[in-house]
Design a binder for this molecule. Structure first.
Ligand code: HEM
Length: 311
């Protein structure tokens, strides 16, 4: 097929107010494999059916697969850089790897659309999967993360998005696909809120109210912004993030669901190494003194054309 005819999944979608993140494991057995493959082929139709009821709701769904599940569901070839998520860090700071074969990233302007699509998809999947993590995320005021800073400012835009997120000719069978890494973080908000605004700004590397990047002369090399800015041969390498706050205030739970899309897992893993181990080692991200990763997984998002072909 001509590369220009390949349609990616809805990786690059307008920012929405709501999202559901679902991670599930696959039940062994051919009938379960066939159920998941059938859903892949019907997913676009399901999104159309649910989404049509509220055209302004901007409903979308991205479906990703872990390394082990890929072989079971689709056989060879496997996306060139897909591998099980490797834990990064030691001791108190670990980017943990947790079970997960299938990721659903459902986004819409309103939660009822996300909820209805998730319900329809789960009805189809039935016993073929076991959900191991399910998070409902919400947009928090003016794009704030739960820790009070604007999140997503330095995302790529325009043509950069496809350049940084879509597989190209480096892996011909998987052109138009993406890699996606997810992590669920829980925050110590009491500790975070006890810091002065200036201390918080030094940790993030940006001002809190106005979201302006700190000047290079004062921005600490251990700031989140410094450690996640990657430079390859004089060119910045970006990833596309659509993190969402979540939580249960009554239970004291305050979280960030991190989701990063990229053309290869390498830049996201390098950012995690910089954050958890430090650059140089020891110069780690102080945001992690107040944030703990409780899940972690790497998935491949094949093109929509690939999914449709399974129908
Ligand atoms: C604890 C969870 C996290 C929170 C609350 C958080 C929050 C933030 C905030 C507030 C910013 C500044 C505004 C922006 O450009 O978006 C930012 C920037 C960024 N974050 Fe995170 N982040 C988290 C985890 C991560 C992880 C795990 C990665 C990558 C593996 C990451 C990668 C980035 C990148 C690439 C930038 C832009 C840096 C720049 O170009 O200046 N973040 N994050």
């Amino acid at each position: 097929m001509n590369v220009s005819e390949i349609e990616p999944q809805a990786v690059d979608t307008a920012i929405t107010r709501s999202a559901i993140f679902l991670v599930a494991t696959l039940t062994p057995g051919n009938e379960h494999r066939d159920t998941v493959r059938a859903l892949c082929g019907d997913l676009a139709g399901l999104v159309r059916s649910v989404g049509k009821r509220v055209p302004s709701g901007n409903l979308s769904c991205v479906l990703g697969f872990g390394a082990t599940a890929w072989g079971v569901l689709f056989g060879a070839p496997c996306p060139a850089s897909l591998h099980p998520f490797r834990e990064i860090g030691t001791g108190e700071r670990v980017a943990v790897a947790t079970p997960g074969d299938i990721l659903l990233h459902i986004r819409a302007e309103q939660m009822d659309l996300c909820f209805e699509l998730a319900a329809q998809v789960m009805k189809r999947l039935g016993a073929a999967v076991t959900v191991v993590d399910e998070v409902q995320g919400f947009r928090y005021f003016d794009m704030r993360s739960i820790i009070g800073f604007v999140d997503g400012t330095e995302n790529p835009s325009g043509r950069e998005v496809a350049k940084f997120t879509l597989v190209g000719n480096e892996d011909p069978p998987f052109v138009g696909g993406s890699y996606v890494l997810v992590q669920k973080y829980l925050h110590d908000m009491t500790g975070w809120n006890a810091l002065s605004t200036a201390d918080q700004e030094n940790i993030i590397g940006r001002t809190k109210l106005s979201d302006i990047e700190l000047d290079a002369s004062v921005k600490p090399s251990c700031s989140h912004s410094a450690l996640t800015t990657l430079d390859k041969d004089g060119q910045e390498v970006k990833i596309l993030r659509d993190n969402m706050p979540f939580g249960r205030p009554g239970a004291g739970e305050f979280g960030t669901y991190f989701i990063g899309y990229a053309r290869s897992p390498a830049p996201i893993e390098e950012m995690l190494e910089n954050m958890f181990i430090g650059k140089p080692p020891g110069n780690y991200d102080r945001l992690l003194d107040y944030s703990r990763a409780v899940t972690g997984g790497l998935f491949f998002v094949p093109s929509a054309t690939f999914l449709d072909g399974l129908g």
